[in-house]
Design a protein around this ligand. Structure first.
Ligand SMILES: [Zn+2]
Length: 622
């Protein structure tokens, strides 16, 4: 209703608008199998100088990764006459044009080349194969500098390859053959509403909650890969029910998971208000190991509809795509989402309670041995997010990575456990989620917050020195990770020689074997040493990341022989010698280590109540 009133007022006050201010955007995706999208735009314009921007800071990416290098073939005309453009010499995302006298509109045409690089992010990395494509509208549009993305309107049409089906949260006006015409939408909604399309495609209804529909649209590189089991579908429906039970209301008109399954696109997800763009390996739904390894993707991205989209740190709510974002509260935006995504994986049945504990054990152990903790406080990993997302793997323990995700799981578990303990079981973080992220619900909305708002909301649930609690954990340079949630939750971190099922699943998914807690390195099947723990036994022997393991104790390397050699260190006095190739040189490194293989687990501690099992139990009434 407010939108209609605003439009009427605008028309009354601004009768000088001679042309429709709605931008026409036509995207021809029929060449998607060869990674090319053809774009045509028509935009009202007045004579004089105009600057057109390509989206740079993409919501949810937390860094300036708009794929500007893949915009090619830019041609601008007015009434059929060419109009020259000039890129700004400082801002690579800005194009200056002089709209000629008498012109009322610009016609803009360009192509977008979708890269084949799977090691980037959803809005910039590989998103097409011969069988499927994901289109993020930020890749295929320009907008006038100074425009308000909430009021700037786009009328989009999309032509998909013949025979391909599609799914999106963007409301559709009409469909004809392989041409889809969407209802006019704000630039904000358009950029928030990607489309997946493909030859092998399946849409599953995940249930209607109080009139709000939920769907999962699966695009895969093969028909077989679409075969989600009835159990998996039931678990996805549980995710919908559990988010309703947790937050109490929903801030979307309908929710659409866009699940893309390919070994050739990026493997990561990105959140939106009314959908999520979730990418994974082709066989994820038909391989129980991959399904376990990636169980948190959908719950994580859906949680963002509340925590990240509706409630967003003020520094990440810039109201556009050209202003730098500030990531200092990413330990809430991503950290709390990481915690809730894992908890929801357990509550929905995608993970067992044991899987959830194994995940906590891995997180706790990895963070507890990070030597970078003594120089870089957690808060700096959030502030420096735009650097760390693209940082290399080498010596990552010393550099630290985007640790506000995993350490967020520990800190928010500790918060949850503290609320439960201080309130003698009458309150929990569920109450905070209901008050902070709930409300009347309905169409997407944005309610920014700052640190003080967060502290006040927690204090309203359970009075405590929350400001001091968070500041201590954010600014600490202590060598150990905060494990108070695990110990207060009735468990303790231990190590033994048997990997958990989740550990094995993560190794298989990552295509490496992880000796981080024994000899201190991760190695691929071909011998490539992916990373070396900074203070571990391998690092002390001067083993370096990026080199190649050739032989173990004089015998040709394979994973099994290395595992057996590490196991034997527990019982044998035999040395462990690794022959390693660095560039064109070979050298043997003697690893001083005795202890066999070591893997983290949680073990029950009866001196405290088992709150972790309470937290991971379903909330929704069946
Ligand atoms: Zn996230």
């Amino acid at each position: 209703m407010r939108t209609h009133a605003f439009c009427l007022l605008t028309l009354l006050l601004a009768p000088v608008f001679a042309q429709d201010p709605t931008v026409t955007l036509k995207v021809d995706a029929t060449d998607a199998p060869r990674r090319v999208f053809h774009v045509q735009m028509k935009m009202a314009a007045k004579p004089g100088s105009l600057t057109l921007l390509y989206p740079k800071w993409i919501p949810g990416e937390h860094m300036p990764v708009g794929p500007i290098t893949n915009l090619v073939g830019l041609k601008i005309t007015a009434a059929g006459q060419p109009v020259a453009w000039k890129r700004d010499s400082a801002n690579m995302f800005a194009f200056h044009v002089d709209v000629p006298p008498g012109a009322t509109a610009l016609d803009i045409a360009f192509d977008y080349i979708s890269t084949s690089d799977p090691n980037l992010f959803t809005s910039s990395g590989s998103s097409t194969t011969s069988e499927l494509a994901v289109l993020n509208w930020n890749q295929t549009l320009l907008y006038p500098q100074g425009s308000d993305p909430d009021s700037m309107r786009y009328q989009a049409t999309l032509q998909v390859p013949s025979g391909w089906r599609y799914g999106t949260a963007l409301p559709i006006a009409r469909e004809s053959g392989n041409l889809v015409e969407f209802q006019p939408a704000s630039l904000t909604t358009l950029v928030d509403s990607p489309i997946s399309t493909g030859m092998h495609y399946r849409t599953i209804d995940l249930g209607n909650d109080g009139g709000t529909p939920h769907y999962i649209h699966i695009a895969a590189d093969s028909e077989h890969a679409l075969d989600a089991s009835p159990d998996t579908i039931a678990h996805w429906k549980n995710v919908v029910a559990e988010t309703g039970a947790l937050f109490g209301s929903r801030h979307y008109r309908g929710y659409h998971f866009l699940l893309t399954l390919s070994d050739y696109t990026v493997r990561i997800g990105i959140e939106h208000h009314e959908s999520s763009d979730d990418r994974n390996y082709e066989r994820t739904l038909i391989d129980p190991v991959l399904l376990k390894a990636d169980a948190i993707l959908l719950p994580h991205e859906m949680t963002h509809s509340w925590n990240g989209k509706f409630r967003r740190p003020a520094g990440l709510a810039t109201g556009g795509y050209d202003a730098p974002m500030q990531g200092d509260l990413l330990w809430v935006y991503e950290g709390l989402t990481n915690y809730l995504g894992e908890v929801l994986a357990a509550r929905s049945g995608l993970w067992s309670a044991a899987d959830y504990r194994d995940s906590l054990a891995i997180t706790a152990a990895q963070l507890d041995r990070e030597s970078g903790r003594t120089w870089r406080p957690l808060e700096d990993t959030a502030v420096a997010a735009q650097l760390l997302y693209e940082a290399p793997n080498e010596f990552s323990e010393y550099r630290r990575s985007v640790d506000y995700y995993p350490e967020g799981s520990l800190i928010w578990l500790e918060t949850d456990v503290l609320i439960r303990s201080l309130s003698h079981g009458t309150k929990s973080l569920n109450d905070f989620c209901r008050s902070f992220h709930g409300g009347p619900g309905g169409a997407p909305a944005l309610k920014p917050y700052n640190f003080d708002d967060l502290v006040a909301a927690l204090n309203a649930v359970q009075p405590y020195d929350w400001a001091g609690f968070f500041q201590k954990r954010l600014r600490s340079t202590d060598s150990h990770a905060p494990l108070g949630g695990i110990t207060g939750g009735g468990w303790k971190l231990v190590y033994n020689s048997t990997p958990s099922d989740l550990w094995k699943a993560l190794e298989q998914e990552n295509k490496w074997t992880d000796f981080s807690f024994s000899i201190g390195l991760k190695v691929k099947d071909d011998g490539t040493i992916v990373d070396v723990a900074w203070n571990g036994p391998s690092a002390k022997a001067n083993v370096t990341p990026g080199t190649k393991l050739i032989a173990v104790n004089s015998r040709q390397f394979d994973i099994t022989s290395l595992r057996e050699a590490v196991q034997q260190t527990a019982t044998s006095a035999m040395p462990l010698d690794l022959l390693i190739k660095t560039g064109e040189y070979y050298k043997t490194y003697r690893i001083e280590y005795r202890g066999g293989e070591r893997f983290p687990h949680l073990e029950r501690d009866d001196s405290a109540p088992d709150l972790i099992s309470v937290i991971s139990a379903p909330l929704a009434k069946k």
